[in-house]
Design a protein around this ligand. Structure first.
Ligand code: NAD
Ligand code: ZN
Length: 383
């Protein structure tokens, strides 16, 4: 099969690799028809993780089931399915509680909980930016999609990661109807956090970034764009909230947070959130932070440590929730919202490309080039 393979920092190419196949009775084999490039892929693409060369990228996957193992009961050949980016078993003590991002059996590294397709440090599972994908524990992991999804793949593929992840940031931040919400990052995840806050009837949503195309997307759904290249985002949020700060804050940037001039400061969004969220407010951090980052320009962060304004955080009595999203906790309900016409997450999609065009897609999306807001790949050549 053809697959998009990591060749080293900022290099990917399409290669012929052995076909993915059913290896265990509980596996499902999926022919991938839509698979996204994610901001998480970019950390790996830039060489800022220990992702091995030769491995296949892709954790935001949707496709048609073409084979099932003998132990698969529910999922059928021909079903169109969306796969949570988390690879989880369904039977460990974390999965039993719905915490599928922290599965205890799918990551062979005993120090780590949680696994994902095509992801550094998250198990041996190959990615779906390829013609075929092996899905372990298929009955548990596959979300079988409604018939209309065949024609609306760019909406439904967002259920694999970023729509649930954006929703998760608002859950961690405990967004309630009428709340004021500040979101750092207007990338795909920040946009989905803004959509989720809208769906939860937040009173006012402010989104901080500096890319005009991304800020325009959040403005389209009624959020207030805050351009931090034009002034302090903290001052602007305080102005918008009568000096109090927002009720809830979402971190949708991660450890490569930088100032508008491009200098990385892994503590920048966290400390801005402490300042722009009210006393007793809650902060949800879904942007990725990692335990080691030897390539960081920040000495502390080389070992995963962040100069966090803990004193102010504590004095303000704020709360914080963190981590990967348990996609299965939300994907079924969010699927229903798409089917009911109440959510259209494809509004952020700027490009639909074939696998052969993927390396261009990576280059432009990584550069945050104007107009490259979300890239969907179609390895089956359907676009
Ligand atoms: P992205 O890189 O496209 O978007 C990040 C945005 O943040 C960019 O638009 C950038 O301009 C902006 N930004 C950078 N520094 C900033 C700052 N100081 N203040 C405000 N905005 C700033 O990526 P994405 O796909 O939207 O993903 C965002 C983060 O979420 C990444 O770290 C990704 O790995 C992570 N992620 C986490 C999960 C999870 O389960 N927790 C799932 C998916 C993605
Ligand atoms: Zn992703």
């Amino acid at each position: 099969m053809k697959a998009l393979v990591y060749d080293g920092p900022r290099r990917v190419s399409v290669k012929d690799v052995p076909d993915a196949r059913v290896e265990r009775p509980t596996d499902v084999l999926v022919k991938i028809t839509a698979t996204n490039i994610c901001g998480s892929d970019l950390h790996m693409y830039e060489g800022r993780t220990d992702f091995d060369t030769g491995r296949i990228f892709g954790h935001e996957n949707l496709g048609e089931v073409i084979a099932v193992g003998s132990g698969v009961d529910r999922v059928r050949v021909g079903d169109l399915v969306c796969l949570p980016f988390n690879v989880s078993c369904g039977f460990c003590r974390n999965c039993e509680k719905g915490l599928t991002a922290f599965c205890l059996s799918t990551n062979p590294d005993p120090r780590m909980a949680g696994a994902a397709y095509g992801f550094a440090g998250m198990g041996p599972w190959e990615g779906g930016q390829a013609e075929l994908l092996r899905v372990p524990y298929g009955d548990h992991n596959c979300l079988v999609l409604p018939e209309e999804a065949r024609e609306k793949q760019t909406d439904y593929v967002m259920l694999s990661d970023i729509f649930p992840t954006g929703w998760h940031s608002t859950e961690l931040a405990r967004v309630q109807p009428g709340d004021t919400v500040v979101i750092y990052g207007a990338g795909p995840v920040g946009c989905m956090a803004a959509l989720s806050a809208t769906l939860k009837s937040a009173g006012k949503i402010m989104v901080v970034d500096r890319h005009p195309d991304r800020l325009a997307l959040v403005e389209q759904i009624g959020a207030i764009p805050v351009d931090d290249s034009q002034g302090s985002p903290v001052d602007r949020v305080l102005e918008e909230t009568g000096g109090l700060g927002a009720d809830c804050g979402c971190e949708c940037v991660g450890y490569q947070a930088h100032d508008p001039q491009g200098n990385e400061h892994p503590n920048l969004t966290l400390n801005n959130l402490v300042q722009s969220v009210k006393a007793t407010g809650t902060i949800g951090v879904v942007g990725i932070f990692v335990p080691q980052d030897p390539g960081s320009p920040d000495t502390l962060y080389k070992e995963g440590e962040v100069a966090f304004d803990y004193g102010m955080f504590w004095m303000k009595g704020q709360g914080m929730g963190t981590g990967q999203c348990n996609v299965k906790a939300y994907n079924r309900q969010l699927c229903t919202l798409i089917e009911a016409g109440k959510a259209e997450p494809s509004w952020i999609v700027s490009h639909e490309l074939t696998l052969d065009q993927a390396s261009d897609g990576y280059e432009h999306f990584d550069a945050r080039d104007n107009g490259w807001t979300k890239v969907v790949l179609h390895p089956d050549g359907s676009r």
